[in-house]
Design a protein around this ligand. Structure first.
Ligand code: CS2
Ligand code: MG
Length: 403
């Protein structure tokens, strides 16, 4: 029986912070798990180093479910993004070890492939509609079949989702949290013309997605969903905050635009009502923030009962370890919908060498035993942690708002 004999938390910052748990068994097999919680990275690192790791040493690495239950029930203080990200890191590292010991790519242990590849969507953005559409055209030429479109809002100095550099929008700023400005009225006026221009330029064979990022009331979300119906969005994401899952009943009453939510969810309890009442169409919970593969499979199974598909979060603040694990998960479940794929920088890819690859609008995890991803410890050590924050958002009158 393989016993866990070493456990290490590696914090590295190749352009942005990542926290990785690395486990080693007594026969030298290693497993990695992502523990990155953007803007609160040290909290999860400490939860693992100071509280979880002492309990892992000596445990049977094959006992994934028992370890999950031990860390979930044994904490007493259940759920929350820090706890569930720490549990996720242990869970994924143990699945990596188990698959390596079996000599199989992880998806084969999860029931094998249900599809040939994993449909992904990328992020197109720009200060203006024209810039955004041009950015989207480039991705369409690269073979992406699904593109998220986000543009600047006329009259607002800054907003979510518009990349500063050409590469990708990176929601983590060194120093103290930058302050964005928000106006729902200006935003609601700006989105339908963006979709009209994108459909005009890209046609109907590409899926178009949009992220509202928690900023509307339910009735405003109903309004936007109705306005976008002629353009057939693939989904409207995070239409409003979802602590009160009832909010989505009101949105549902007013629009058939598909709804996606859940990237900030950390357990099945955050989405049970949304799923059981079919208030959403895609659940966005992720391997890294919703308790790992073990718990995310439960969420996907509940969603499948209610004809809801997955659409896992995949922003650059989820490391390549999460992307690899997500792809094995995505390949293996019957109700897969789509996978977000914000490409990491070359520095990040060098720190996390991986087997997953992109072709014809899809990703595949590869067939290396385990996850097919690792962390280069020597290279990781060259990028020390640098505290960084997500932006905050205020209305034009200064009222603190949702970002
Ligand atoms: C966004 C993320 O990718 C998305 O859907 O919501 O960029 C999100 O803002 C970041 O992951 C937050 O850390
Ligand atoms: Mg989002």
């Amino acid at each position: 029986m393989p016993r866990i004999v070493e456990a290490e938390v590696i914090t590295t910052c190749p352009g942005r912070n990542f926290v990785t748990l690395r486990l080693v068994t007594d026969d030298g097999v290693t497993g990695v798990g992502d523990a990155t919680l953007n803007g609160r990275e040290r909290a999860v690192a400490s939860y693992l180093e100071d509280h979880v790791i002492p309990c892992l040493i000596g445990r049977d690495a094959h006992r994934i479910e028992d370890t999950w239950q031990y860390l979930y029930r044994g904490a007493y203080w259940r759920r929350g993004p820090v706890t569930m990200s720490a549990i996720a890191a242990v869970d994924v590292a143990l699945w990596d070890i188990k698959a390596k010991l079996a000599g199989l790519p992880l998806y084969q242990l999860l029931g094998g492939a249900c599809r040939e590849g994993v449909l992904v969507y990328c992020h197109a953005s720009g200060e203006t509609i024209e810039e955004t559409v041009e950015h989207a055209r480039g991705f369409a030429r690269e073979g992406y079949r699904a593109i998220r479109i986000q543009s600047g809002v006329p009259g607002l100095p800054s907003t979510y989702g518009v990349a500063k550099e050409k590469f990708a929008y990176e929601p983590a700023e060194k120093g103290l949290p930058p302050v964005n400005a928000w106006s729902t009225e200006k935003y609601l006026r700006s989105v339908p013309p963006l979709f009209a221009a994108a459909r005009e330029a890209l046609g109907w064979d590409v899926h178009l997605l949009h992220d509202v990022h928690h900023r509307l009331t339910p009735i405003e979300a109903g309004r936007l969903g109705k306005d976008l119906e002629p353009f057939r969005p693939f989904w409207m994401e995070d239409a409003c905050p979802a602590e009160n899952q009832d909010n989505f009943r009101l949105i549902r009453q007013h629009t058939t635009t598909p709804l996606a939510v859940g990237e900030i969810f950390n357990s099945i309890w955050d989405c049970r009502q949304l799923i059981e009442e079919q208030l959403i169409d895609y659940i966005r919970a992720t391997v890294v923030h919703a308790g790992g593969i073990t718990h995310l499979r439960r969420i996907a199974a509940l969603a499948d009962l209610h004809r809801i598909r997955t659409g896992c979060h995949g922003a650059t603040d989820l490391s390549p370890v999460t992307m690899a694990a997500a792809l094995h998960f995505d390949l293996s479940i019957p109700n897969f919908g789509i996978q977000e794929y914000m490409r990491h920088t070359a520095e990040t890819d060098a720190v996390f060498p991986h087997a997953y690859s992109f072709d014809d609008g899809m990703l595949h995890p590869g067939n290396e035993p385990g996850l097919g991803v690792d962390i280069d410890l020597a290279l990781a050590a060259k990028y020390p942690y640098e505290r960084a924050y997500l932006p905050v958002n205020r209305l034009e009158d200064g009222t603190m708002f949702d970002w």
